[in-house]
Design a protein around this ligand. Structure first.
Ligand code: SAH
Ligand code: SF4
Ligand code: F3S
Length: 458
């Protein structure tokens, strides 16, 4: 490669060079927030900004917030609070706050945090133009955007999140999401397919279609295509090797959808189906719209039609009025179904929701005990379930490096690490599993020699 020498007699002074502006994005919350932060980053790159590793090096700081539980809200508020110092030191820094904290709360927040320059709700990218005039030159439609390159990474991502339906029409009694994300709005099939096509052209191998209730997809579109139809369309995109989707509601997990997962080779054998509780009375008060028996039947059908499927779920412990017996019903359901992964959260009352009007009567210590009990149970189950991979060769999509080892996931979404020389990023590698833990698998590539550098093969 030719070296370019800087000429000491060059007449260009620093002032004549175009100033590079830098942005920093702080994100907390669900995959939808991650997707929206990635989109903001892509927009800003298009407008000529570059990422900054730290907020103190940035000209623009975007804070993407979550309020699903008090803990997430507190973290976001703490971070926005701490930015006051940055603003005092460098008043020219622009600060924008987005995400679920903002919706309907702008006046209250602006009073409390006067150093914030712009408040904008989830997905409302057009408002960013007020702060970044360069953005008015950019087509906000993601289809026109280059794919996001994370900070410090030379290659684009191997996996990407693609929102397909925004908002949620359920009103689970504990949940603030519908109040902050609004009613369901599906993106047309052609928009999703166009975006996935562009991502594939830029090297993305796996897409995860996103929605708070992703399997409600399409009921608001002409012709009412459903998620199974959308999966079939995305399946046609060349270059995409794997398709996932998050998060499903048990009420809409149709036979047709199960058939689509079973029949479409690129759709991974992994289902995330939050049950929240294993007790009918608690489910009723949660306004979940299904019984434990109906949930069981969906799981049985999924396991019948998709052998070797991996299953994950979400649980809330310490919901108002949850008795020891009701909690044990949840515990026993987890023992019975044996999920591969369980996300467990302690109930946190959210102002404005129905359940926030009820007494939060499970003491904090008791919530902790139930939380721990489920984590311990699940650790044992996951350890046992992962045993089945020992000695088996699984297909791993390598998405990066972690602590000196290559990192990827199986089709079932289980983390795998392996050590090997060469460039494996973006590759589908058969890996022979030599060691298992409840949280990940270790192995070695079941191929001879190191691969060609990425980019040569495709
Ligand atoms: N749409 C998804 C979940 C969205 S919120 C669904 O229907 O399951 C993500 C998870 O946060 C939920 O699954 C739930 O387990 C948890 N959660 C939501 N509100 C909560 C609250 N008030 N307290 C504790 N956990 C909550
Ligand atoms: Fe919240 Fe229920 Fe909607 Fe999930 S389905 S986002 S838990 S209201
Ligand atoms: Fe949080 Fe909003 Fe997602 S509250 S979980 S960022 S939808």
């Amino acid at each position: 490669m030719q070296r370019i020498q800087l000429q000491p007699w060059s007449s260009a002074s620093a002032e004549e060079l175009p100033a590079v502006k830098r942005f920093h994005i702080w994100t907390i919350g669900c995959q939808m927030n991650e997707a929206e932060s990635a989109k903001a980053a892509a927009l800003l790159r298009q407008a000529g900004y570059l990422p900054a590793a730290h907020e103190w090096e940035a000209d623009l700081v975007i804070v993407n917030t979550c309020v699903v539980r008090q803990q997430a809200e507190d973290k976001a508020l703490g971070y926005i609070g701490a930015l006051a110092r940055l603003k005092r030191r460098r008043p020219e820094v622009r600060i924008a706050v987005t995400g679920c904290l903002v919706t309907g709360q702008e006046e209250r927040l602006a009073e409390r945090f006067p150093w914030v320059d712009l408040w904008y709700g989830p997905s409302d990218f057009a408002r960013l133009t007020r702060l970044i005039p360069e953005l008015s030159e950019v087509d906000i439609d993601l289809v026109e955007l280059p794919h996001y390159y994370p900070e410090g990474q030379a290659d684009p991502e191997v996996t990407a999140f693609v929102p397909v339906i925004y908002g949620c029409n359920f009103v689970c009694s504990y949940c603030i999401v519908p109040y902050r994300r609004g009613r369901e709005r599906s993106r047309p099939v052609e928009h999703v397919v166009a975006e996935v096509t562009r991502l594939a052209e830029q090297g993305v191998r796996e897409v995860t279609l996103l929605g708070q209730t992703v399997n409600a997809y399409g009921h608001d579109l002409p012709g009412q295509p459903d998620l199974a139809d959308l999966l079939a369309h995305v399946h046609e995109v060349p270059g995409i090797e794997r398709i996932r989707f998050l998060t499903s509601h048990p009420k809409y997990f149709s036979d047709k959808l199960i058939r689509a997962i079973a029949d479409l080779p690129k759709v991974c054998e992994h289902v995330n189906l939050p049950v929240q509780a294993g007790d009918d009375e608690v489910l009723r008060r949660m306004r979940r719209n299904y019984s434990v028996q109906e949930y069981r039947e969906r799981i049985a059908r999924i396991r019948e039609w998709i052998p070797d499927v991996t299953l994950s779920t979400d649980i809330i412990v310490g919901f108002p009025g949850e008795s020891e017996e009701q909690f044990l019903n949840t515990y026993r359901l987890l023992e019975e179904i044996r999920f591969d992964k369980v996300h467990v959260a302690m109930y946190s009352p959210r102002p404005g929701t129905l359940s926030a009007r009820w007494v939060d009567d499970v003491p904090r210590e008791e919530k902790r005990r139930r939380h721990r009990a489920i984590e311990e149970l699940q650790e044992r189950i996951a350890r046992e379930r992962n045993q089945r991979y020992l000695g088996r060769t699984v297909e791993v999509l390598v998405d990066g490096v972690a602590r000196g080892r290559w990192r990827g996931r199986t089709r079932g979404n289980t983390l795998v690490f392996f050590e090997a020389a060469g460039e494996w990023r973006g590759r589908l590698v058969p890996v022979r599993i030599t060691e298992v833990s409840p949280w990940y698998l270790l192995g070695e590539p079941a191929v001879v020699g190191a691969p060609e550098p990425a980019g040569v093969a495709h």
